[in-house]
Design a binder for this molecule. Structure first.
Ligand SMILES: Nc1nc2c(c(=O)[nH]1)N[C@H]1C(S)=C(S)[C@@H](COP(=O)(O)OP(=O)(O)OC[C@H]3O[C@@H](n4cnc5c(N)ncnc54)[C@H](O)[C@@H]3O)O[C@H]1N2
Ligand code: MOO
Ligand SMILES: [Mg+2]
Length: 420
């Protein structure tokens, strides 16, 4: 066998897990940059965030009402209300001027600091306010007793001083954004978005804005993959699609590899005469990590290192490109951007249809989940062929079907990997 034939036909098959660990050896997280909080959504934190003050940092009233000494109103009822003298009014954002002693109360607003001496706040609805014009004094008549501590959040009731709030690698969503804002992080250290160059290969490919021509198709994989890159937290660079000329492909890949964190290619990895990546791997001075994975679709998916940069060559069939990205590129991009657990965990679901085809390799079927009677069910998203592009939009998971000869029946429990 010459080396060209060997690369096409003499491939050694490895498992998805083995392929992943070969790639991961070369995955490093990107460097840290500082961005404004408003532009940090979806990014990953590059530091731990600890509380540098307790929350709340003052005893906070949970309602609009009156701050009182609970002991004073132990006997209060609608029939026999307790009358207290009102000494001040405390809006949110101010600090009380007086202590509340026995016989006294302070009108207080939601979120305002409870004055010293008071140990409960009575809701406004349980009170009547009274005015003594002669003495120019305000009173409140309280119609209900409340326990000490009622409607007061104590200092550190929500967050203790020094508490670990967010860990390095956490994705910044709404809750994280609220914490960062509350603790004064106007600028946030995050990992730089990994830059991912996307090349489609194949002389049949037309640009999106070109008219259809006989025998040719528009390049849809580059845009699908770019959307997947962005969803995984990377920054996609769509490159001009490449023809089936090995020299052109090699030159373009070499240039891109020097400028990005990961290069993805789609197409040209199978056994066809014009499967150009195979030719490139046959002559390049990089390191081919694998060129056959025990999976369907995407069996000819290949991984390589070139100038210390990662190159993932996905099958050209749209379904195989999509699945290959989810299994290999997505966790790499997540890990590069700081994620500590980049592979999504499997969950179980019931097959909603028979799946008659067995397979020599595990299948990762594009799936659509549905909930029936409170149970998670899953079915293939349309025709399960890797050449089918149009149903990818309906896939919200990959259904894992282990290798075996007999297929699967409706109602069987299977594992699925959600696509987030
Ligand atoms: N004799 C064999 N033939 C094939 C085998 C095999 O084992 N023996 N495997 C089949 C499987 S499975 C797959 S998957 C494909 C893999 O093909 P390649 O990775 O070499 O990809 P291409 O040949 O370039 O293209 C395949 C298919 O996908 C279309 N394509 C390619 N790029 C794009 C794009 N950017 N956007 C949209 N569609 C694209 C291309 O036109 C072809 O139709 O090989 C099988 N054959
Ligand atoms: O192995 Mo192909 O990549 O089934 O679609
Ligand atoms: Mg091919």
């Amino acid at each position: 066998m010459n080396s060209d034939t060997k690369l096409r036909f003499g491939r050694k098959v490895i498992s998805v897990e083995e392929a992943r660990s070969l790639l991961y050896e070369y995955v490093n997280h990107t460097e840290i940059e500082s961005v404004s909080l408003a532009s940090a959504f979806g990014r990953r934190l590059a530091v731990d965030i600890n509380a540098d003050h307790p929350v709340p940092h003052f005893r906070r009233s949970g309602v609009d009402g009156y701050a009182v000494c609970a002991e004073d109103i132990e006997q209060a009822s609608p029939e026999q209300p307790t009358v207290l003298r009102v000494i001040e009014r405390i809006p949110s954002g101010t600090v009380p001027r007086w202590n509340v002693q026995s016989g006294l109360a302070a009108r207080i607003m939601t979120g305002a600091p409870v004055p010293d001496g008071a140990d409960a706040v009575v809701m406004l609805e349980m009170t009547d306010s009274l005015q003594d014009e002669g003495r120019n004094a305000s009173y409140v008549s309280i119609k209900k007793n409340v326990q000490a501590g009622s409607n007061i959040t104590p200092i550190a009731g929500e967050v203790a001083l020094g508490e670990l709030l967010l860990e390095d690698g956490t994705r910044i969503g709404p809750g994280e954004a609220a914490i960062l804002a509350a603790f004064g992080h106007a600028e946030v250290p995050v990992y730089r978005k990994p830059k991912v160059a996307i090349f489609s290969t194949g002389s049949e490919l037309l640009n999106v804005d070109e008219a259809l021509q006989p025998g040719r198709i528009r390049n849809s994989n580059s845009y699908m993959l770019a959307a997947q890159v962005e969803a995984a937290g990377g920054s996609a660079v769509i490159m001009q699609a490449l023809s089936d000329d090995p020299l052109q492909v090699e030159t373009a890949l070499r240039e891109a590899l020097g400028q990005v964190d990961l290069v993805l290619t789609s197409g040209g990895v199978s056994v066809g005469d014009y499967d150009v990546l195979v030719d490139v791997f046959g002559r390049f001075e990089g390191k081919l990590l694998f060129n056959k994975v025990a999976m369907r679709p995407g069996t000819p998916t290949s991984g390589a290192i070139w100038n210390n940069r990662l190159l993932l060559a996905l099958s050209g069939n749209p379904g195989a490109s999509f699945v290959g990205f989810e299994l290999f590129a997505k966790p790499m991009i997540k890990a590069m951007s700081g994620c500590k657990a980049p592979c999504s965990a499997a969950i179980s679901a019931f097959l909603d249809v028979d799946y008659a085809k067995g397979s020599a390799y595990p299948r990762y079927v594009r799936g659509t989940t549905l909930v029936e009677d409170g149970c998670l069910r899953v079915r293939p998203s349309g025709i399960d062929k890797s050449s089918i592009m149009v149903s990818i939009k309906d896939a919200d998971c990959l259904i894992y079907l282990p290798a075996g000869g007999k297929g699967f029946v409706r109602g069987e429990s299977v594992l699925i990997y959600p696509i987030q």
